[in-house]
Design a protein around this ligand. Sequence first.
Ligand code: RB5
Length: 150
Amino acid sequence: MRIAMACDHGGVRLKEDLVAFLRELGQDVEDLGSFGEGPVDYPDLGQEVAQKVSAGEVEGGILICGTGIGMSIVANKFPGVRAALVHHTYAARMAKEHNAANILIMGGRIVGSGLAREMVKTWLEAEFQGGRHLRRLTKIEEIERRNFKG
Ligand code: RB5
């Protein structure tokens, strides 16, 4: 699976850890930064990943900032993006099974490497369940069509 990843300074250490973990798992990771501890603005990094997911250039994305909140707000501005902020593996599984989340978001100042790795693996391995959940996603697409301009 081709996955784009990015973070701000609040998530750089966790992002580095997850890039290595995903490559060990054989995933095709596109690392879009940030690459140091210096302060950067999460909208700049978040939009790089969200744009690629929205355009279908990658199958999934992972974003990390300090809390995950800023990245969530940015990513969900993009049509077709379903970005889920998760803090535990149950939510990571539900994010795929019920919400078909195509971007996983975590807080680098909230979760440690062990839990983050488990959440990413859980999200990757879970499958969207369709059925009533598909009906709800269709409703979200209708909301996008009515409200996204430009
Ligand atoms: C940066 O200090 C912090 O605000 C950012 O990483 C993130 O938590 C925003 O939501």
